[in-house]
Write a protein that binds this ligand. Structure first.
Ligand SMILES: *Cc1c(COP(=O)(O)O)cnc(C)c1O
Length: 390
């Protein structure tokens, strides 16, 4: 029987296995049992485990320099920032270490833009119910879920929640102190809820008309997860700020804030910082990851596999009555089930060596590596059919 070490604080409900090795779409536990990993480290290992190009780039950098602080220019930051801006609508990048830290930076930048550039007293950011933006004191109150906020009063001021995909609620969007809107285009942790295109278009129109910044949290949807490098491309919108983390370093911790010039000018030397942000190792992981994703065959290949997996899943949905619905975008997929989603997750792991996730009590969440092969997809589909057939 596995025992959690008492010296580690119990902030997680952990499954009773330890992962000791990973390669591609597979991981191995302490007993040498091999699992198909359709969690991809909760959407971080988008190129699978230890992608060769990222591993060799990191190994090379390991023998040169790990850290030097932001007192000096770091060419690795310039390289990754150039790659990110060349492949997006943005002009400038700030680097940090996690999704919450990227969203903190976005909140600070939006407020500072309102106060220093627009010269107003605006500070409020509208976010949405069922959203997830992180666990720091600002981002947990940006998050529209009470369970995340339980026991952490007093509330960090400056956030107001509206229901997601609700046209009527948009009437309340703009108030005197509002400076920005922050949202996920597919709510990940909150149940895999994609934004409705018509609702989003209406939201964007209101933001533009009232000079509110649009912050898109692409911590989970970014880095190819939904089938394009960024999800905003598919929705054909032009946010002012996008935040990234999870997939950016292929599992190496790194976060980023991308902004257009208009907004980025609000940060000046001394206004924001992060000791580890943009260190040479993290930047190397990010550059090697982006290099692979921007090769000409990457997204065409990915689109074919995404289409294949969705077609197979749609068949599964029709076949089994305990499946209530299928939603998401690309490889961020939610399967709504009858009964507790976590029961399926346990059975998949224990009886079929398949790792999957939940998003709320009723939804199974799949986050396959973007590099998963057609053969692995077949293996997954056969397994999920066996589980639903039991
Ligand atoms: C995971 C996640 C975060 C938080 O990222 P951390 O790296 O855990 O701080 C923020 N927003 C979204 C949409 C996420 O999925």
């Amino acid at each position: 029987m596995f025992k959690e070490q008492n010296a580690v604080m119990s902030t997680y409900n952990r499954f009773p296995i330890s992962i000791v090795k990973g390669e591609g779409s597979y991981v191995w536990d302490q007993n040498g049992i091999k699992y198909l990993d359709y969690t991809a480290g909760i959407g971080t290992c988008n190129l699978g485990h230890r992608p060769v190009t990222v591993e060799s780039a990191l190994q090379e950098q390991l023998s040169k320099l790990w850290h030097c602080s932001n007192l000096y220019t770091i060419p690795h930051q310039e390289q990754l920032a150039e790659k990110l801006t060349a492949n997006s609508i943005f002009d400038q990048v700030f680097f940090c270490n996690s999704g919450a830290e990227a969203n903190e930076a976005a909140i600070k930048l939006a407020r500072r833009y309102a106060q220093k550039v627009k010269q107003t007293n605006q500070y409020e950011i509208v976010t949405f119910k069922q959203s997830f933006h992180g666990r720091t004191l600002a981002t947990l109150y940006a998050t529209g879920q009470e369970k995340i906020q339980d026991g952490f009063a007093p509330r960090t001021p400056g956030f107001r929640y509206l229901p997601y995909n609700d046209f009527d609620a948009l009437d309340q969007l703009v108030q005197e102190e509002t400076c920005a809107v922050m949202l996920e285009l597919v709510q990940g942790e909150g149940g895999v809820n994609p934004a409705d295109q018509a609702w989003l278009d209406q939201l964007v129109k209101l933001c533009k008309a009232n000079d509110l910044l649009i912050i898109v949290d692409e911590v989970q949807t970014g880095m190819g997860r939904t089938g394009t490098l960024f999800a905003y491309e598919q929705y054909r919108i032009d946010p002012d700020i996008v935040t990234l983390a999870k997939g950016l370093g292929s599992g190496f911790p790194v976060g980023a804030l991308l902004a257009n010039n208009k907004v980025a000018q609000a940060f000046t030397p001394g206004s924001h910082g992060s000791t580890f942000g943009g260190n040479p190792l993290a930047m190397t992981a990010g550059s090697a990851t982006l290099e692979q994703m921007t090769s000409s065959s990457f997204f065409p290949e990915l689109s074919k596999n995404i289409e294949y997996l969705w077609l197979e899943l749609q068949t599964v949905c029709k076949q089994f009555k305990q499946v209530k619905g299928l939603r998401g975008k690309g490889y961020l997929i939610g399967i709504e089930v009858e009964g507790q989603a976590v029961d399926y997750v346990h059975r998949a792991r224990e009886e079929h060596q398949l790792l999957i996730l939940v998003a709320g009590p009723k939804v199974i969440r799949l986050l396959p590596p973007l590099t998963t092969t057609k053969l692995e997809i077949d293996q997954f589909i056969n397994t999920i059919k066996t589980i639903f057939a039991d």
